[in-house]
Design a protein around this ligand. Sequence first.
Ligand SMILES: [Zn+2]
Length: 304
Amino acid sequence: MDFPCWWCLLTPPSVCGLRQSDSERAGLREGMTGEAMTDEKEAPCVAVYGTDGGGPFVLVSDHAGRAVPSYLGDLGVSAEDRARHIGWDIGIDGVGRALAQKLQAVLIEQVYSRLVIDCNRAPGHPTSIVKISDGTPVPANHALTAEQIAYREDTILHPYHARITQELDARLKAGRPTVVVALHSFTPEMGGLKRPWQVGLLHNHDNRLAVLLMELLRKEGLTVGDNEPYALTDTSDYTVPTHGEKRQLPHVEIEIRQDLIDHPAGQEEWAARLARLLPQAWALFCQTYGVTPGAQADAEGAMA
Ligand SMILES: [Zn+2]
């Protein structure tokens, strides 16, 4: 019988790549990653950290992982290049996991490298599966057939987003306030230009929570990018448009500069900062927009 994947609850494990024992699954839930990357035991496509302590936040991290499915080898990219910012969002794994613990929130992480498929891009987007990234060619991404692209989508992209959808659906069914927090990090320098922001908040159709959190971060003396170093758009992003905007859930996309979080002390510092400020921003949101904690935000007026 073709039972569904334990993580995404939609895709059969044979498609999702999940081949784990119950104890390993439990271990992942408690904060351990699947490390084996062999044909017999691919890493699961999604890792879930933290425990749901009843708060409003759901953390998602599209680029936290840098695994490559064994059938793709090394993608034709050196280990050094795969460890650069092109392969993953450096440091955001440590920030996200510590933040999940401090907030008592669930964190849903993509395990595979964005060089395999970018989970913050819609299927078919020109940069969904990049042929070259920041000057580094990705040979395994050239001349892909439609079937090969669909396989990556079905085994990595779709199960990840289905797992997020599952988490949100369960919360909304229970009538719980739900805030989507997308976690990313950015390289300190791009195209020869140094980026001055320590943190950037990205928003598009609904800027309410981003603006409140931005004010709190600026009060800490930080240089905060407002839709910098990237602007959130309908096409350049997929996670917030899909799970935040379309569902009219309060949300914010946070980008932290990688040199601040490429070491454990920095990760802990930023996790502690966000664990302190996110609840403050949410409290201000509830006051400002008349949301009663414990009830879902009124969708009216959500789309600015
Ligand atoms: Zn990212």
